[in-house]
Ligand binder design. Structure first.
Ligand code: HEC
Length: 106
């Protein structure tokens, strides 16, 4: 099990290095793959336990995740801290689906 600090270090790295703010980073994403990974990793089940309903109200486009780069970084942070072992292009695919359905960053 990796320490909690690994997740935060990654998150901060993303904040500092995340110059890719625009949703261009999602333009080649495999949306079908992202949808499958979201189902397989039980993202919504866990979120629903926290916020109720279908879990989608955990996604707050007006919150601290307010651009495409940060959205992808958040998914990467979950990937690392929950040990999901997704590849970078899979993280991008998942984030792209969340962006299409919830965040709608340009
Ligand atoms: C074991 C529980 C759990 C699982 C599984 C999980 N999450 Fe989360 N997720 C959380 C919790 C708890 C939060 C709220 C964190 C907070 O508000 O500080 C969160 C927050 C988020 C956010 C930020 C929402 C926002 O706008 O602030 C995103 C994006 C996210 N999760 C994506 C995912 C994705 C994608 C998956 C599956 C690949 C996933 N999570 C799986 C527990 C989980």
């Amino acid at each position: 099990m990796r320490s909690k600090h690994t997740g935060w270090a990654l998150f901060l790295w993303v904040l500092v290095a995340g110059t890719a703010h625009s949703a261009d980073i999602f333009k080649d994403a495999d949306l079908a793959l992202g949808e499958r990974l979201i189902a397989e990793n039980r993202c919504s089940q866990c979120h629903a336990q926290k916020v109720g309903g279908d879990g989608s109200s955990i996604y707050k486009p007006m919150g601290r995740i307010n651009n495409a780069g940060l959205l992808r970084g958040m998914v990467e942070q979950c990937n690392a801290s929950l040990n999901m072992q997704m590849f970078p292009e899979e993280v991008t695919a998942v984030a792209a689906v969340l962006n299409r359905d919830h965040y709608k960053f340009k």
